[in-house]
Design a protein around this ligand. Sequence first.
Ligand code: ADP
Length: 805
Amino acid sequence: MANRTAKTEQTLPLLPLRGMLVFPHMLIHLEVGREKSIRAVEQAMETAERLLVVSAQKDVKIDEPGADDINEIGCLVEVKQLIQLPGGTVRILVEGLVRARIIRFTEREDYMAVEYRPIEVAEDITPRVAALMRTIVQQFESYVKFGKRLPAESVINVVNIEEPGKLADVIAGQLVLKVEEKYLQSVLEAFPLLLRLESLAEILGRELEVLDLERRINNRVRKQMEKTQKEYYLREQMKAISKELGEGDDKLSEIEEFRQKVKELELPPDAAEKANREISRLEKMPPAVAEAVVVRNYLEWLLDLPWNKETEDLLDVVRAEQILHEDHYGLEKVKERILEYLATRQLTRKLKGPIVCLVGPPGVGKTSLAKSVARALDRKFVRVSLGGMRDEAEIRGHRRTYVGALPGRIIQGLRQAGTKNPVFLLDEIDKLTADFRGDPASALLEALDPEQNHSFSDHFIEVPFDLSKVLFITTANNAGRIPWPLLDRMELISLSGYTEEEKVEIAVRHLMPKLLSDHGLDPANLDVSGNAIRHIIREYTREAGVRNLERELARICRKTAREVVGGRDKTVRVSVSNLQTFLGVPRYRYGVAEHEHQVGVAMAMAATEVGGDVMPIEVTVMKGKGQLLLTGQLGEVMKESAQAGFSYIRSRTQMLGIEEDFHEKYDIHVHVPEAALPKEGPSAGVTMATAIISALSGRPVRSNVAMTGEITLRGRVLPIGGVKEKVLAAHRAGIDIVLLPAENRKDAEEDLPVTIRKRLEIIYVDHLDQVLEAALVQGGDFMANHLLAAMDLPAGEQVTSRVPQ
Ligand code: ADP
């Protein structure tokens, strides 16, 4: 090789290269296609040395390069092999011999030829050169390893090269395929060794950096790909599983539906955020896991709440008045109060203010009044019964961590209403109880308080809900039992029981038309006479309201419906005579509760939550030592009032016609039966005293008299409460004479309907003497007989005397 390259300024054919370079020491195949290039190769092949000069075109796009288009520095090569390819092109295998500088172009007709000079450089290995060599080899190793474009042997080929120039050329030659040409050209043109090594090191460094970047990008892309692929794969599997489990509907579409709903609902920001978070959680869960069921359930609740739905209020008091009258008979004072309340709201346009509480016995129309208010305002209506509620969670909901957790009743009610401003009836607020599970009253307080209910928090829903637009109405049977913090915020409106006349009117005007249409009957199908209704009231019901009356009438309607459908009779007539065929035997006896005057039994009147009732008080006298025995689960106050009566009697034995030392010989047992009645107040004082006196004196008590009043040690009769309810109850029980404390005269005259006052004899009393005079059967010396009889009787047996009426 040395002799071939030693020649100077020889002329040789030139093969212009496009897009590649040939370095010394390099074996490479070149495809030759251009006419002139093929000529040049043929020319070279004709000589024994088969030498060519190759040099790169400066611009690969030029087809017919001239002298200016060729780089000055190229390489002298020997053609080792030539293969003719189909289509006229040839492939040659060349070996790079030495760098060549083109001195001059010599023009030939059909190919290019150049005069050139070989460039040889002394290979001096300085420490710096050695260090660079080592660096380059390492770089090249990394390049091969990470680049993965060159076979691993390429490294073995270079590690043993000791000449720095050769090392650089061999490595550069291998890079040819990838690295941009102009950089490599700079290696080719760098004759001083140091310079050549440095420029190669730089190229390799850059190339490694690119490789590293590429690798990192690839990694990221691959990871991304893997993740998407994995998710896709899992989703497909999930779909398949759902299908297998028969959960046909696509989970994705469910998620989409939820998303869509969140958008449409325009939730408050915190609710929307919460919803979206839960939707994302749900999306990531397999559909069948328990947790997914919980989340889905939660989302359904959350998205079903009327966050923005609201009905327009119809604040028209005239219309409201009409509706209240349409729906209810009587109740004038109550309607008045409700209308005032609505008018105030109309004027102030504010929802803040006290909450109406309708107080009264069952069946007097509390619920139906609240419904009418909703109708008048054109609002939705919901009712939640608080009776027996003792767990705070019933109001405020359970946390979602509990199995089967649900929102509280308030939120449930709102979902049911479907608007955020319904009329919300909280029934029986006096029946709330508190225990270790928390106090429902305090949760309710938060819901009702206008100052804080704009963000009511339910444990289940977790995000606050605005209750400020809800119109709450509450009901209670007994205002005294409403927890006081709640009571404090309420405006009480009392409803009392109805008189018989009122009940008849209600039945005829309201209950019957409603029941007929409920049962699909025509008014012509059924005719219930007024008298029959009165009988139903008297003999089949005993109540302050009209609930049972409605129930009995409904029974008649059901029976009628059957007959009408059977086609047997198109008009059913119900009168007193055939009432029993519809309702069976009467449940109560109307008229005197007990038909016979009895010794030791007096009738008390009690105001109860269901509107008042009469209760008999029984007294038995037994041999003994003067003990006063009280049974029937009496409250403290009632016991004390029995004691007071007892003491009064002891102080007045003579006047009352009772043995003076009765208290040394007999025990007295006072019993109040009828467990369902409250026995708490002092108002049975006079009744107990009367019954004791009757038992001791043997004078019977008139069976058509009922009484009420507190008694003092001196026998004075003090006023009591609940006059109207008590008198109505006595009337229902068929009592003719009612004894009331004189101081209650005003209440009676104000509250009692005229019809009642006409039917009953009311005697106002202020001393027990007056009570005894009115209540005890006059005349006859029962005492002696009675006491004799009593002493012969075994202890504990009741003594009664019967006297014809
Ligand atoms: P409450 O809620 O007080 O227990 P409801 O409102 O349920 O009583 O009343 C029971 C039934 O009696 C209802 O059908 C109601 O419409 C009817 N009712 C009660 N009072 C009247 C009235 N004054 N006029 C017309 N219907 C009445």
